[in-house]
Design a protein around this ligand. Sequence first.
Ligand SMILES: [Zn+2]
Length: 107
Amino acid sequence: MRPPIPTQTREAVVIRDMHCCARCYEGWRLEIHHRKGRGGKDPHRLSNLITLCAPCHQWVTEHPADAYERGLSIRRGTTDMPDEVPYLDGYGKRFALTDDGQRIPLI
Ligand SMILES: [Zn+2]
């Protein structure tokens, strides 16, 4: 059984992401996506977690190459850490996620 995301962590992620999907900004059927999967060290670190709506979560799962390119997912087996890989939203804006719970827009 995979350990669940602690409730407090889930809340911190959804609040950071302003209660909407990080890709399309819908505010319904929100789920938490592990950018670099659940394995490895500290999978529930805030930079590894991102809020996605159910359709975008499914899209990320079904289009891994696109998801890697946009930083929504990060390849396992690489040394890339989630706080070092920015992600692109559905409009092409770039953001960095930090382990202390910030979401920083990048120019
Ligand atoms: Zn979405």
